[in-house]
Design a protein around this ligand. Structure first.
Ligand code: ATP
Ligand code: LTN
Length: 331
């Protein structure tokens, strides 16, 4: 039997956070044995927010090295850079013509990001979800592992697939999101009601995967909690709830066990231990990352091979689409 297909992507828009790892990368690794996985570095998406070209280049390799360091295996999965496969932008154009402005206007990520970049309110930011739909539909993906913030974009990708299938006959697999019940939304350490985000101005709000031990300890110590003074897992203590979630995901211990371990102890003691849990979880990833990141030739070989593999799959779908909409084949 053919393996089901998985597709996901991460933007090279800055250094990756613990939120990216828990909500996305960690799950990418788990899926590799069972599925035909495609993991993309979505540089075309990243330029919808202004990027410094030389930083974009290094962030692209950073994400690639981080994929590998987290355990994505190029022998099992297709790892590639989005701009290397032109079919993404080609399909996005076609899908743009069947996507409604009204629907794009309702996207919460667009609403939030356009508020932040009023002086650069570009059309790319608006049609960002269409390019994302193209990414997914090109590979006929059955499943898309993402964090909770991407749910609405996935819904749009499904709508677009269904609309195309209805208009032109069955062409695309209608993808389903894979969103973990637990850890799909890691919150900011400074404002536990908003998501941990790598583009946050406040550096204490996130833990970077490459933060050193001292920085990790410091950021966790400074994480906002509450004045209740008792380790509990409730919505009334959102800061603590988020820290317990991180503890649980990274240690494998259940929330209940963690609450029992710390209910008689202070927040300080809980945070000290959490610091060690995070450090221990990140240590092997950081070690591998340092080995890989400077090996330019190795990285180049991976993305070159990935692009060829990806292109073969993508072109098949694009050909079908071009034919169905009525474009004449070049011959
Ligand atoms: P930005 O914060 O700059 O908008 P981002 O980190 O949200 O960037 P991506 O790098 O494209 O955006 O996200 C990659 C993956 O990480 C996505 O699947 C996203 O859902 C997931 N992710 C991002 N932040 C979190 C978080 N705080 N908790 C869980 N998952 C997250
Ligand atoms: N928008 C996503 C990144 C992304 C993506 C994709 C995720 C672009 N294309 C396709 C899954 C599938 C984000 O996380 N910000």
């Amino acid at each position: 039997m053919e393996k089901k297909v998985v597709f996901s992507g991460v933007q090279p828009s800055g250094a990756l956070t613990l939120g990216n790892y828990i909500g996305a990368l960690r799950n990418f690794v788990e899926l590799q044995d069972e599925y035909d996985c495609n993991y993309c570095i979505v540089d075309l998406h990243a330029i919808t927010i202004p990027q410094v070209p030389k930083d974009l280049r290094s962030h692209t390799l950073d994400v690639l090295a981080m994929y590998l360091a987290c355990g994505i295996d190029p022998e099992k999965s297709t790892i590639f850079i989005q701009s290397h496969v032109p079919a993404h932008t080609e399909l996005a154009w076609v899908l743009n013509t069947i996507t409604y402005m009204g629907q794009l206007n309702r996207m919460t990520q667009y609403k939030e990001k356009s508020k932040k970049s009023e002086e650069n309110l570009n059309a790319g930011l608006f049609s960002y979800p269409v390019l994302m739909a193209a990414d997914i539909l090109l590979y006929q993906a059955d499943y898309v592992p993402v964090g909770d913030d991407q749910k609405q974009h996935l819904e749009l990708a499904r709508d677009v697939a269904i609309r195309f299938n209805n208009k032109y006959s069955d062409t695309f697999v209608v993808p389903e999101p894979l969103i973990k019940e637990f850890g799909a939304r890691i919150m900011s350490l400074q404002e536990p009601t908003s998501k941990m985000s790598k583009s946050d101005q406040d550096k204490n709000s996130f833990i970077l995967l490459m933060d050193d031990e001292e920085t990790i300890r410091r950021k966790i110590k400074r994480a906002v909690t509450d004045s209740v003074g008792k380790v509990n897992y409730t919505d009334e203590q959102p800061g603590l709830k988020n820290l317990i979630n991180i503890y649980s995901v990274l240690s494998g211990k259940s929330v209940e066990d963690i609450v029992n371990m710390y209910k008689e102890l202070s927040y300080g003691e809980f945070k000290d231990d959490l610091g060690e849990v995070v450090i221990n979880a990140l240590k092997p990833i950081q070690d591998r990352y340092k080995e890989i990141r400077n090996n330019k030739e190795y990285l180049e070989a991976i993305y070159a091979e990935g692009a060829s593999k990806a292109e073969k799959k993508a072109i098949k779908t694009l050909r079908k689409v071009y034919k169905k909409v009525g474009f004449i084949p070049r011959g």
